[in-house]
Design a protein around this ligand. Structure first.
Ligand code: GUN
Length: 295
């Protein structure tokens, strides 16, 4: 079987074109410019790349953006003061605090401090709860991007056996909730596997759609999947550097071997990654519309 390669780059580009139109209309008809603040604490190189991409994409689409780069030893109190200021700033509709935060900062306390209406990551407990009951304001970006990859590639989720490997608050748990919803592009039967699952292969082999966010390079091998599976690989592992110093990336799936059995598969890079940033832009527009009473 030759697998369809699901290009997140291409699908993200399509969605960004749609968003660009929407932003232009908001400006023209309502004089409304969506605004996003990104907050990065510390110098983690991967986080710096992500935040840089978020800023660049905002700029390209016509979203107003502010970037806050704080030193690694920033106190929790100081970060809370910044969040309070951004919560009150009418130019800012969305606030993104890049995770993970340095160890001395209590991540939960920071997430609770965000105004849920500006929580464009969908990580505040109010937004987690709203998703859980099927009334979300914001879908978390990576899981929403995964759902869009499936829907826009014509992959039917209704009644499908979806197996998720990984139970993080950022990917595993929210994608399980999203695909469980009684809505179009969802209605799946969902299994979540994790580090204490007895026999991961038993579950992955049953999957019609396999979503992997395990954080382990090539954790899923060809013997662990069935013929005709659809594979979404959320992993981004830095496994070395090129001579010019560029990071060499691989996913959590052994792409070359698994693609021989799969019906469709996402590559790394160029799969889920570009979707995450695009869905953040979508949430920022939604935040601006909600604030202006337009949604
Ligand atoms: N770190 C890894 N993924 C994410 C994300 O989607 N949002 C934030 N804020 N931090 C992250």
């Amino acid at each position: 079987m030759t697998a369809q390669i699901i290009s997140g780059r291409e699908i993200a580009r399509q969605i960004r074109e749609e968003l660009k139109q929407e932003i232009a209309e908001l400006k023209e008809k309502h004089n409304l410019i969506p605004g996003l603040a990104t907050v990065l604490v510390g110098e983690d190189p991967a986080s710096q790349v992500y935040v840089g991409q978020k800023e660049k994409t905002s700029h390209n689409l016509g979203i107003y953006s502010e970037r806050y780069d704080l030193p690694a030893d920033t106190s929790e109190e100081k970060l809370l003061v910044l969040i309070d200021k951004l919560n009150k700033d009418p130019k800012i509709h969305g606030i993104l605090v890049q995770l993970p935060l340095p160890k001395h900062i209590n991540e939960t306390r920071i997430l609770y401090a965000l105004d849920p209406k500006k929580d464009v990551d969908g990580f505040h407990p109010v937004n987690v709860g709203k998703l859980m009951i099927g009334e979300p304001d914001y879908l978390p970006c990576t899981p929403h991007g995964i759902q869009q990859l499936l829907v826009r590639s014509g992959i039917k989720t209704e009644g499908a056996e979806v197996v998720i490997v990984g139970r993080s608050n950022i990917v595993g748990k929210p994608i399980a909730n999203i695909l469980l919803q009684k809505k179009e592009g969802a209605n799946a039967t969902v299994t979540v596997c994790h580090t204490r699952t007895k026999d991961i292969s038993f579950h992955t082999k049953r999957a019609d759609i396999l979503i992997v966010a395990a954080g382990k390079p090539k954790a899923i091998t060809a013997d662990m999947v069935k013929e005709g599976v659809v594979v979404i690989d959320v992993g981004v592992n830095r496994i070395g550097k090129t001579e010019s110093g560029k990071a060499i990336l691989c996913g959590d799936v052994d792409f070359d071997a698994v693609k021989e059995k799969a019906k469709a598969i996402t590559p790394v890079p160029g799969g889920v990654g570009p979707m995450t940033i695009t869905m953040l832009m979508l949430n920022t527009i939604r935040a601006a519309k909600l604030a202006a009473g337009l949604a």
